[in-house]
Write a protein that binds this ligand. Sequence first.
Ligand code: FSO
Ligand code: SF4
Length: 544
Amino acid sequence: MFCYQCEQTAQGKGCDKIGVCSKNDVTSNLQDLLVYALRGLSLVAEAGRAKGVADVEADRHVPAMLFSTLTNVNFDPERFQAWIGQTVKLRDALAAKVKAAGGTIPAHASVTFAPAATLDGLVEQASKGLGGMKDNPDTDPDIVSLQHMVLFGIKGIAAYADHARILGVENKEIYDYLHEAMAAATKPGLGMDWWFDCCIRAGQANLKAMEALDKANTDAYGHPKPTAVPLGHVKGKAILITGHDLKDLEELLKQTEGKGIFVYTHGEMLPAHGYPKLKEKYPHLYGHYGTAWQNQQKEFAVFPGAILFTTNCLMKPAASYQDNVYTHGLVGFPGVKHVEGYDFSAVVAHALKLPGFTEDAPGKQVLTGFARNAVLGVADKVIDAVKSGAIKRFFLVAGCDGAKPGRNYYTEFVEKLPKDTVVLTLACGKFRFFDKDLGDIGGIPRLLDMGQCNDAYSAIQVAVALAGAFNCGVNDLPLSLVLSWYEQKAVAILLTLVALGIKDVRLGPSLPAFVTPNVLKVLVEKLNIMPITTPDEDIKAILG
Ligand code: FSO
Ligand code: SF4
């Protein structure tokens, strides 16, 4: 195996024996082989596009499958075996339609690749050089670096596009880009400029994917409103839901209504409390439990109810609580129960058998729900506060959390900011400081949780609106971006910022292993992207 797609990759270079995330050699090779099969499908889809032949199933399949290979989504070899077979079937059915329309199927081995019948056979095929970049026609390290930036970026785009599709919002332009970018890695000699441009187009496609998901979430559940969320619990049976998929939460809430079960959010599900058609409609959506994904083994072990995983950020469940865990959708782990479709009755029955919480302990509260509509609703107040000097600067301190000790930077950074600054945050990195009481400036809270990682779309909309109000560019606003990355959705968001020409982004806790010095040099020259240093030094540098 070789994998260096996430920030915790071994020695900052690559996992080549077992993943730091616990992904083993078999799963890693099968994921590579799935990506290889998808490249074949995308090559055929591209040929179809040239002849006006489209296949909605193939379009949807590519992002869903790419999502399954994201960090911490699926560790189950048998699921990958099935998906490789499904990919090849879809490819062949589409190829027949393309040929019937007079199209030409490109001559690449991924287009005729026949998967072995057994799991061992597939692993053998993968380890012999199919998939990953093992069969890459380009060997120049800088081109390989850009190709990986594209591949990991499109995995992030794929996640957002798949979430939006689940709620009925799709954008054909995203599917077309994914096919083109997936197929491109089979074509030698495209060159540095082409791949740089492909990175920019990945950023643009990700903006469209986040826009689609924003529309999907707000059409289905209303615009988030500022909402107080208890971090404690109430007496009663309990289910914990983690991940990003709001539709899964809605279905779970429907199926637990009137059953004496309280539903708690975990991790990136926290912002769900801000959506009126979830929180207001289902009062048994009670509070938020625990912190970021990397603490789950400690926190889940003492949760007295059933636990449902909807998307990524799954860690190998410890034996003490594995029986309480259910996975759904693309998530999977060998030996962990998987829910098919939207029938959560097994999860509900399991929660009713477990003790639940035996007493009320509502605890502290945090605020969420400051997405674009809520913030822009008080734009006049915000603009006045900036003009009067009451707010000196905004900081977007956002991104993923992770296990590295260096991530304390983000806690300290927020704590040390002067009182006349406002912190916007989103994604799971906020768990480093989400329960801090930073006070307010003239009624505007100093800590505004805009939502999940995909709600970077909200942050971009707010920045664009403020730039309009101040008649300046986004780079001229009193706004600094201090980001943390962990997995591939963060790569997609970074590419969006690059595509939008956002400058002076600070990135940590370490730079991606797949970025070569030459590629970094270009990013630094064009956009002054820089690594974080220490909170004191960075605050001093920003505030002068
Ligand atoms: Fe965090 Fe995990 Fe949302 Fe990522 S929960 S690390 S960027 O998957 O997706 O923010
Ligand atoms: Fe290693 Fe990250 Fe890949 Fe897991 S996802 S194998 S931790 S680089």
